[in-house]
Design a protein. Structure first.
Length: 243
């Protein structure tokens, strides 16, 4: 969710709309029953996360969330993934250090600092899931993906929350199709994913990123990217042709 203090008319309107959130998945049920530390996420994220994260439950996985704030989302990941998951929160606010507990770690530093993100990858990687819910500044959304996606294990997931910042003009300098925004960057990954088919690369090897993108899912304000080792797609003609 967005920074405290960012309270434009648009955001208030959106909050009213999401008040109609209906619990639909197991993660929704956990959230609906959550009574502890505050968590701030758009209500529709939980069903989407449940769809992508369910196979990771009760496994020895590493989950990194950028943006800890009040610690409630760390609690959600613990409840959802179970005790075997290593949960790593990243924030610039030293208060977040208080939210460390068994198998839950908090590291203080800026997502804008590539060396810091590398140190996270060295300490905890390879990573299974990265959830980016930090500053929502475009350069951070883009830079954090570039820094951490290479450290995700094949089969893992990268999620970037609150891409709505790309559309918010006064708060973030966004705008529809405005160059340089987070959403415009994530849209470019669609071409990477399809590099196998483009005339530039059809006879050549696509770059490393294209070979790691299995799926990109766009939802309101959220992009979920599935990483997998990809080979050149092959056509599989089976069955008889009509003569
Ligand atoms: C939207 S809140 C996180 C909310 C939390 N994930 C949740 O779901 O309840 C954003 C957090 O990102 C942190 N933050 C802001 N700029 C940051 C940066 N450059 N690097 C890391 N964290 C940052 C803020 O201190 C704040 O705690």
């Amino acid at each position: 969710m967005l920074h405290k203090g960012v309270q434009s008319k648009t955001i208030k309107g959106l909050r009213r709309l999401t008040a109609r959130w209906n619990a639909a998945s197991e993660m929704d049920s956990i959230v609906a029953g959550h009574r502890g530390r505050r968590m701030n996420k758009w209500g529709h994220y939980f069903e989407i996360y449940d769809r992508h994260f369910a196979p990771f439950r009760d496994q020895n996985i590493v989950v990194v969330e950028i943006g800890v704030q009040a610690g409630g989302s760390l609690d959600l990941w613990r409840s959802y993934f179970g005790p075997k998951a290593k949960i790593v929160g990243i924030d610039i606010d030293p208060k977040c250090k208080d939210f460390e507990s068994s198998n839950t770690f908090v590291r203080l530093g800026s997502q804008g600092d590539d060396a810091f993100l590398e140190s996270i990858a060295r300490e905890f990687g390879p990573l299974d899931i990265v959830i980016e819910d930090g500053s929502h500044a475009f350069e951070h959304q883009i830079g954090t993906f570039r820094a951490l996606f290479p450290h995700i294990r094949p089969g893992g997931i990268y999620a970037c929350e609150d891409l709505c910042s790309s559309y918010w003009v006064p708060e973030f300098g966004g705008g529809v199709r405005k160059p340089g925004t987070g959403i415009e960057f994530f849209k470019t990954l669609i071409d990477e994913l399809n590099a196998w088919y483009s005339s530039d690369t059809v006879d050549a090897e696509p770059d490393a990123l294209a070979k790691q993108l299995f799926g990109i899912h766009f939802h309101p304000a959220l992009a979920v990217i599935e990483k997998r080792a990809m080979n050149r797609p092959v056509l599989v003609p089976v069955g008889k042709t009509e003569s």
